[in-house]
Design a protein around this ligand. Structure first.
Ligand code: PLP
Length: 259
């Protein structure tokens, strides 16, 4: 097989801890050549997000057309998509590309700033979910997508199945926001549930955790690794990346992407 290539379609974080910068660093870490189509420019550092500016949809589409035409990719992930117009304009190209697709339904930054407008939620569900190989919501995102509370592991298991009915082939519902000393992620693979439990790592350096996890899974899918193994390996990597975070910045700092 030729050298694996992964593509992220995501927002820019100039401080380098989240968004497409985190994705590219993660692709590199997994020995995969990384490409990025920019959807949204943010102005932010570890202390917070100051501006979120979606690009003109035509510009996003032209970036995507160019890199899919040459050199092409083996797997794609989407992160922050900005608004409904961007979601709607990339969906036909993603359908045509017909590649493993990880959809990280990024709605808000940890600071609470919106990275996808509320109106775009329906477009995301209708246009991208049916194309997704894997959907990777955290609990607040899953609550927003389903419109129902998820308070414990039993409700998380149910939520993962329900999200699967919205079209993706598989759902990884990340449990890090549930109370307790352990964090359990629930993977619905379309047939059954698999649980991934890890000890929670107390840390203020968690900026870009979601981006990094979905990018690691995408890199492994680009290399031809199966979904279950890709999720397990990506989770172990993110735990190490949090535990060995370099302590950069005065606020919520980045992970150790070379862990
Ligand atoms: N994408 C961009 C451009 C961001 O700025 C952020 C958070 O600030 C995210 C995605 C999501 O980050 P996380 O992985 O911490 O949820």
């Amino acid at each position: 097989m030729s050298f694996p290539i992964a593509l992220t379609i995501a927002g820019s974080d100039p401080s380098g801890g989240a968004g497409l910068q985190a994705d590219l660093k993660t692709f590199q870490r997994f020995g995969v050549y990384g490409m990025s189509v920019v959807t949204v420019l943010t102005v932010q550092n570890t202390l917070g997000v100051r501006e979120v500016v979606p690009l003109e949809p035509g510009l996003v589409v032209r970036q995507l057309e160019a890199v899919l035409q040459d050199p092409g990719a083996q797997a794609i992930k989407t992160g922050a998509l900005g608004d409904a117009a961007i979601v709607q304009s990339i969906a036909p190209l993603l359908a045509q590309a017909n590649l493993p697709l990880v959809v990280d339904p990024v709605l808000v930054a940890k600071s609470g700033d919106r990275l996808l407008t509320e109106q775009a939620l329906e477009a995301l569900k209708a246009e991208l979910f049916p194309l997704a190989t894997l959907l990777t919501p955290n609990l607040p995102e899953a609550r927003a997508l389903l419109g129902q509370p998820i308070r414990d592991l039993a409700e998380a298991r149910e939520a993962a199945r329900l999200l699967g009915r919205l079209g993706p082939k598989a759902v990884l519902l990340k449990g890090g926001h549930l109370a307790g000393e352990e964090s359990t992620d629930v993977l619905w693979d379309g047939h059954e549930l698999h649980l991934f439990t890890a000890q929670k790592i107390p840390s203020s350096h968690t900026h870009g955790t979601g981006c990094t996890l979905s990018a690691a899974i995408t890199a492994l899918l680009a290399k031809g690794v199966g979904l279950l193994e890709a999720v397990a390996r990506a989770k172990r990597f993110v735990s190490r990346a949090i535990a060995t975070a370099p302590g950069i910045g005065q606020g919520i700092g980045p992970l150790n992407h070379w862990a």
